[in-house]
Design a protein around this ligand. Structure first.
Ligand code: ZN
Length: 435
């Protein structure tokens, strides 16, 4: 490249300069450049820069006259709450939630650095968080900015929350928030939280999340020489469990393969680690049968699953104590409410909020796919646990699903259309008087 002719170098230099000017927040202040600014704040685990993200969002809130406050349920983990007071504050309010954090990224696997928020000439914005879920976090603010510009006044108060730690389970974020006095004081009647991109024309909407269980199983047995055939050895017992769990996994998967249910409507179980064997400096001792063996499984239960039945199955069939086995389940969040009902938000006429939501999408000129259970998990489950209807919704149609993936990106036009969709949603929901 050293032999590059001088005028080419100059041209290249000019292109780089003009590209930098295009993306530079100092040069322009538009919805897209503000989105890029938010994306450039590194809130990826394991060291999310929450304070910079909150400062940026506060400056945005101030620029459009929103009330704001931060609450810290855990030191160094702020939750930001923005509020737009309604003309009838006694009505239950609306909550628009998103999370501040994101999962890490492997820069070497990306076309553009994951925290550069590069916008390519064809309008793709590359950054960790473009889809999950800094898009909605900024779209809420931009939609409010536009509605204020149009002199719209909401009847219901609108709250926008930015919570920490969603990507690591939400225990120091949404889980504490929903059980706080601060949350009770908001008197939330209906909430929207993140959804997922849709590769087709229709927006996806989610009425429930699956609940993760982390299952660790342990087997013990007589140790001994690798040449002997023991009955009930640790490895033999662990392998039997694998067989039984594998059959259950197949039975669930068959239902999906036969198109009788979607992936998110069945119980998934996947092995994630196996730990066994006696090691030394030279590696595994190949002639010793270990006295202990352990394995870990990721289970996801839809709210329609019966957790008691699942525990019975684990105790009696998967990990029977008579085979010298024990287990531990770590349940990541609730699956039922206090009355024992599955955590699901109705998507029929029994839920007036659903009807308003559905009409608003139509009014915005958009289409909705059949409501789904989310295969993974969001903070929405904590809000549903308080008996509040919540829909998971991120307005990204004709978009590949790239959350947690390399090269996560979002088309600028899709982002901008989403702002218009939230304008319609916020105005319709906040003007709805009957619920
Ligand atoms: Zn997310």
């Amino acid at each position: 490249m050293a032999s590059l002719p001088c005028r080419h170098f100059l041209l290249l230099h000019l292109i780089i300069l003009s590209a930098a000017a295009l993306d530079s927040p100092q040069e322009q202040d538009t919805p897209v450049t503000r989105f890029q600014q938010y994306l450039r704040i590194k809130t990826a685990h394991p060291e999310p820069d929450y304070s910079s993200a909150v400062s940026f969002l506060v400056s945005q809130a101030q620029s459009i006259g929103l009330q704001y406050r931060t609450i810290e349920f855990s030191p160094g983990k702020p939750l930001l709450l923005l509020s737009w007071l309604g003309s009838n504050p006694s009505l239950p309010s609306l909550l628009f939630n998103s999370h501040l954090d994101s999962v890490p990224a492997e820069p070497s696997k990306w076309l553009h650095p994951p925290f550069s928020a590069v916008r390519t000439p064809d309008g793709k914005i590359f950054a960790r968080g473009t889809q999950d879920d800094k898009c909605i976090g900024m779209q809420y603010i931009e939609a409010i900015r536009n509605l204020k510009h149009k002199n719209f006044t909401p009847s219901r108060t609108i709250h926008v929350s930015y919570v920490p730690d969603e990507e690591i389970g939400g225990l120091d974020g949404a889980a504490k928030f929903v059980h706080s006095m601060d949350f009770d004081d908001l008197n939330v009647g209906f909430a929207l939280d993140e959804g997922q991109a849709s590769p087709g024309d229709e927006f996806r909407v989610f009425y429930a999340d699956r609940s993760p269980w982390r299952l660790k199983i342990k087997a013990t047995g007589p140790p001994g020489h690798g040449s002997r055939m023991y009955d009930n050895s640790a490895m033999e017992n662990l392998m039997k469990s694998f067989e039984v769990i594998g059959r259950f996994r197949e039975s669930q998967f068959d239902v999906v393969k036969a198109s009788k249910a979607s992936n998110s409507e069945v119980i998934s179980v996947n092995p994630v680690y196996v730990k066994a064997g006696i090691t030394s400096d030279t590696g595994f001792a190949m002639n010793v049968q270990p006295s202990q063996a352990e394995a870990g499984f990721d289970l996801r239960l839809p709210p329609t699953a019966n957790p008691e039945e699942m525990k019975r199955r684990i105790t009696e069939e998967w990990v029977p104590a008579i085979r010298n086995m024990s287990y531990e389940i770590i349940e990541k969040g609730p699956i039922r409410d206090h009355m024992g009902r599955p955590l699901m938000t109705s998507t029929n006429a029994s839920n007036p909020w659903w009807l308003v939501f559905e009409q608003a999408i139509t009014f915005a000129g958009e289409k909705l796919a059949k409501p789904e259970i989310l295969a993974s998990t969001t903070d929405a489950r904590y809000i549903r646990h308080r008996g509040i209807p919540v829909l998971g919704f991120s307005p990204m149609s004709n978009t590949p699903i790239l959350l947690h993936d390399h090269n996560e990106h979002l088309q600028d036009t899709v982002y901008l259309k989403g702002i218009k969709v939230y304008e319609t949603l916020i105005s319709s929901l906040s003007s709805f008087m009957e619920a």
